[in-house]
Structures are given as C-alpha cells and as structure tokens.
Design a binder for this molecule. Structure first.
Ligand code: SF4
Length: 435
C-alpha cells in the first residue's frame, strides 16, 4: 500500500446522496486498509461532507469543520460536498488541509493518503456546469447488510427559485443502466435485501443517455434482483403519469412507498417557487398511485413561509396537505439561500411567521401520520427486520412504517406480519411466517 493505516472519521450533513457518497468514500478507504472511526472516536483524519441547501445547512457545515479541527488539531481535515463547492474560499479560510467540492470522490481518497506524507494543502474545486460524466462510486452501506443505497443520478436542471443545488451539482448525469444492473446484482449477492434508489433529482434519470428513462431503469433493477425490495427516492410530480404507474405496478418487488416533493399546496406559491406543476396535477398523481397501490405510503416535503406566502396561501397548503393524506412529511421553514432567485424576492417573511407556520404544518403532519398508522391495523404486511433491542425486533414495511414485534424475527429476513396496534410513532405486530 505504501501508506500507513489511518483512522478516518466521517461527518456527513444533508441529503441521502451525501450519505451515499460518504459511505462510498469510506468503502474506498477500507479497501486500502484504513479504518473508519466510530461516532465520537478521535481520528487521524476527518472528512466533512457538507451541505448548502439552506443558509442554516451552510452554517452547520462551517461548524462541523471547526469541530473536527478542534477535535484533533494534528489530524488531516478534508472538506467536500455542496457547501465547499459553493464557498471554497470559506472552507479554505477555516484551515482545512483538503478542499474538494461535489465531484472527484476517488481523487479525494487518493489526496487524503498523500496528505499524510506531505502535509500538503490541496484545493480541487471545479466548475460544476462543465461536468458531463457521472462519477460511479461503490454502492452499499457502512453498517449491516440490510438496506443499501444506489446513486443513479447527479445534478439538476430545474433551477427552482429557492434552491442552490443546480449550481452546486451541475447538469444531469446518469449512471449507465448496465452499470446499475451489475451493482444491484453484486449487492443482492452480498446479502442486501433492500435497495434505495437515490440521486439529486432521479426523475431526470436518463436525460443525458439515449432512450432510457427512470421507469426503464427501475424495471431492469427489479428484474435483476428479484429477492431484493426496491424503494424509490424522491420523485418530481411530473414523473407520476399513467404509464409510469402502470409499469411500476407490475413489479412485485417494488416498495409501495412514493416520496413526491410537493413544497407548497398553493398554486400561486408554486409558481413563485418555479415548480412546474399545479396542485391539480399533483393530486392527480397521488390518485393514480393510489389506484395502482391502494395502501401505498405517499410522503412529501413542504417549505412554509416562502417569500410572499400570504396567510390564505398557507391555509390553502394546509387544506391541500389534508386532501393528499400524506403518510409522513418533512416541513421546512423557508430559509434564505444567498445566490438563489428567491433570496432576492421582496416580501421575505419574519422568522416568527415561518416558525409558526412550520409548527402548524408539522402538527397536521403528525395527525395524518397517526391516521395512516391506524389504517394499517389489521393488515398483513411484509416486514424487513433490521434491529433487535431487548428481544423486540424492528423493521420496515414496504409502505415505510416501522413495525416492532416480540421475538420470532431474524435480521435481514422478510416476514409476513399482522399489524395489531399502533405504538409511539410505529406499528406493533405479530409474525405470521418468514418468506
Ligand atoms: S428539483 Fe428543484 S428543489 Fe430539487 S434539486 Fe432541483 S432545483 Fe433543487
């Protein structure tokens, strides 16, 4: 190897794509004989994989870099991800040894090793708009062998008014279908039972490839690994058309769980956000999904307090959320992200208004979650078990509810479970049999 074995700690902020990329870099380092530190353990090197989706995420990214520097001042620190892509000078000024952006993960691993010999200072941040190739990274997960993530796509060309991501990740690039199929076959052979398909905006998968789309890829993946459940990451509402739903419904190993990013339930707000659908179109998508997958979980993200959002528009959003009956939702108070169109809009709302609306939307989210959980009682569902604490096993249903049972389960096994009740934000059940 030529390098001494080092212990590397990962601090990951932001979305599932960042989690995937940190896991992949950790896997590359482990392949070369290095050790990944457990949480809280002092390390020889720190990789801080940052996020810039909101001003608050940038602040937390900065704080994480400072924390790593104070944890072990002799350690090598490497900063990468969306925040250091957008603000490399800021990242450099904190005193990191390596400053990378949202590309070249393989090179970061090489540079980290070199840094132990030279203590050199390396800045490698490209212009994301010039990227044309997808950087393939090994899929898997750091812990256990239950659920793996596979990143199939990077970049975004939607330029929603509040979002900085297209500037941090560049144009749409996709993992070629044959490579995705080989990765999935490998993961199935390694014993993984569920695959989560992730990307920055997976609905645009294939935009840069000839004649292939997300549904074509999902069909190939489901067929390549029939013993694995396949779960889709966040979809843009425009994807949910009749043909898409019909083809999904023919895939027996597809999880009936769909995350559709709504962001607002007011057409006027959606327009200002630069989102390319109306509430009517969005609702039609949820109806279609429910017609093909009657007990599916439909989850969403909401941004409240977007510039100019009136009380009436917010009320419309609440009514629309209720109409869609989401099974779970994440609520974000709008946070001004410098460099975006929305940050320059007049009528920015006060923090108090944003906080109050976020609280009201989250309350509604909890109420809807409760109804969804109650509606599961009496159903029989396949549960993939992952953990056991004091004899109580926990796992996930295909429609994304956590279920706990007393005994009888085994790690990584899918069992048929009758749902008998609702506990604290999860379901209770009894095992009927293993698959
Ligand atoms: S679709 Fe919109 S919100 Fe999502 S990453 Fe692209 S620009 Fe950002």
């Amino acid at each position: 190897m030529g390098y001494r074995e080092v212990k590397v700690s990962f601090i990951t902020l932001g979305c599932k794509v960042n989690q995937f990329e940190s896991q992949a870099m950790a896997a590359l380092l482990q392949e070369r004989g290095h050790i990944i530190a457990s949480e809280g353990e002092t390390a020889d090197a720190y990789v801080i994989n940052t996020c810039a989706v909101t001003a608050e995420s940038s602040r937390k990214s900065r704080q994480a870099v400072r924390h790593a520097l104070s944890e072990n001042p002799d350690a090598i620190t490497a900063v990468c991800g969306c925040w250091s892509q957008i603000s490399p000078e800021d990242a450099e000024s904190l005193g990191s040894d390596l400053v990378f952006g949202s590309a070249d993960r393989h090179m970061l691993v090489d540079a980290l090793e070199r840094c132990f010999d030279t203590r050199g200072h390396i800045v490698n941040v490209d212009d994301p708009m010039s990227r044309s190739l997808f950087e393939a990274l090994p899929a898997g997960s750091g812990i256990g062998r239950t659920r793996a993530m596979l990143k199939i796509q990077d970049g975004c060309h939607n330029f929603c008014a509040y979002c900085i991501i297209p500037y941090a990740r560049g144009p749409v690039r996709s993992l070629p279908p044959d490579d995705a199929v080989s990765e999935v076959k490998r993961l199935a052979a390694e014993g993984y039972r569920e695959l989560v398909i992730t990307g920055i905006e997976i609905s645009s998968y294939g935009f840069d490839l000839d004649g292939t789309s997300l549904i074509d890829l999902v069909e190939k993946l489901c067929l390549a690994a029939p013993g694995m459940r396949i779960r889709l990451g966040s979809l843009e509402p425009r994807t949910v058309a009749a043909d898409f739903c019909k083809r999904l419904s023919r895939l027996p190993n597809l999880c009936p769980h769909f995350h559709l990013s709504l962001q607002s339930g007011s057409d006027a707000t959606l327009k200002r956000m630069g989102r390319r659908y109306t509430t009517q179109e969005f609702f039609a998508g949820t109806e279609l999904l429910r017609s093909y997958f009657p007990n599916c979980g439909i989850t969403t993200d909401i941004i409240v307090g977007f510039p100019g959002e009136t009380e009436d528009e917010f009320e419309e959003t609440l009514s629309f959320i209720r109409k869609c009956a989401f099974s779970a939702m994440h609520v974000f108070p709008y946070s001004k992200r410098p460099g975006t169109e929305a940050s320059k809009m007049p009528e920015q709302l006060t923090n108090n208004t944003k906080k109050d609306r976020a609280k009201r939307a989250a309350e509604l989210g909890r109420e809807l979650r409760r109804s969804f959980l109650n509606a599961q009682v009496g159903t029989v569902q396949d549960v993939l078990f992952e953990t056991c604490i004091d004899g109580i096993w926990s796992g996930l249903t295909g429609n994304y509810c956590e279920v706990s049972v007393h005994g009888g389960a085994a790690k990584n096994e899918v069992s048929e479970v009758r749902i008998t009740g609702v506990g604290r934000n999860c379901l209770e059940g009894e095992i009927l049999g293993a698959h």
